[in-house]
Design a protein around this ligand. Structure first.
Ligand SMILES: [Zn+2]
Length: 247
């Protein structure tokens, strides 16, 4: 952390001088907060040993449609059993929004971390496990309804399947939402990328829209594309965010 102090000072300057700050929050932030991590090979292996399928095969639209019972067994026991913790770093993001600096957060996180911290303007591109709805009548259900259900959760009113409002593998992402998020990036003078490299589907989708002057990257892992950013801090994003002092 010591060697990062100069960089954190620069980060504070950039953030406090920004007039339209947008945050792109990558999946490694979710993992840092303790959410399920199927990018981790050992976790992924455990799932395959338990169910006979990989997490990508299980959390898949085709699988959901043909084997909903098995889907919900996996979903209940291994996707929503651990929802992650909101720490000081995520609260700082909320405070940045309160201060008027941060205009919005764009993420593929499905555990609603930013919203749970109190952020109001969050583009949850892949949806949220906290929202669930009946496939037929569209009635909405809280996460507890899925957690407390047995077998396949069914709608109280029409008995159809209640599903999470989350994009599974093989499903389209809401285009309108992407367009609105892209417009935010276009307006940004400062883009804060955290928990992602500059070469993931999330960052590649939005970096082309960024015309601002300050691209900041906070990520634990080094990557050959890091040098595209004006400021790079290698460290856990939530640890670094704790150090942000809002002026
Ligand atoms: Zn229904």
């Amino acid at each position: 952390m010591e060697k990062n102090m100069d960089k954190i000072n620069r980060l504070n300057k950039i953030i406090n001088n920004s007039s339209y700050l947008v945050c792109l929050m990558g999946v490694w932030v979710s993992y840092e907060c303790g959410c399920t991590n199927y990018r981790d090979e050992s976790d992924s292996y455990d799932i395959e040993a338990k169910y006979g399928y990989s997490p990508d095969e299980l959390f898949n639209a085709a699988f959901f449609n043909t084997r909903p019972g098995q889907f919900f067994e996996f979903y209940r026991n291994d996707m929503i059993s651990v929802l992650g913790e909101i720490g000081e770093g995520m609260i700082r993001l909320k405070q940045l929004e309160d201060s008027g600096k941060l205009k919005c957060t764009i993420t593929r996180d499905i555990y609603s971390l930013a919203k749970r911290a109190g952020c109001r303007k969050v583009y949850e591109l892949h949806g949220s496990v906290f929202r669930n709805y009946c496939q037929r009548c569209k009635r909405v259900y809280p996460i507890e309804y899925i957690k407390n259900s047995r077998g396949i959760p069914k709608c109280e009113y029409c008995s159809s399947i209640v599903r999470p409002a989350v994009s599974m593998v093989g499903e389209m992402v809401d285009n309108g939402l992407i367009t609105r998020a892209a417009e935010e990036v276009q307006r940004a003078d400062t883009l804060l990328v955290m928990g992602s490299t500059l070469k993931t589907p999330l960052t590649e989708a939005f970096l082309k829209d960024f015309e601002g002057s300050q691209l900041v990257l906070i990520n634990s892992r080094e990557h050959y594309t890091d040098s595209r950013a004006d400021l790079v801090i290698h460290g856990k994003p939530m640890d670094i965010m704790k150090e942000v002092v809002i002026q």
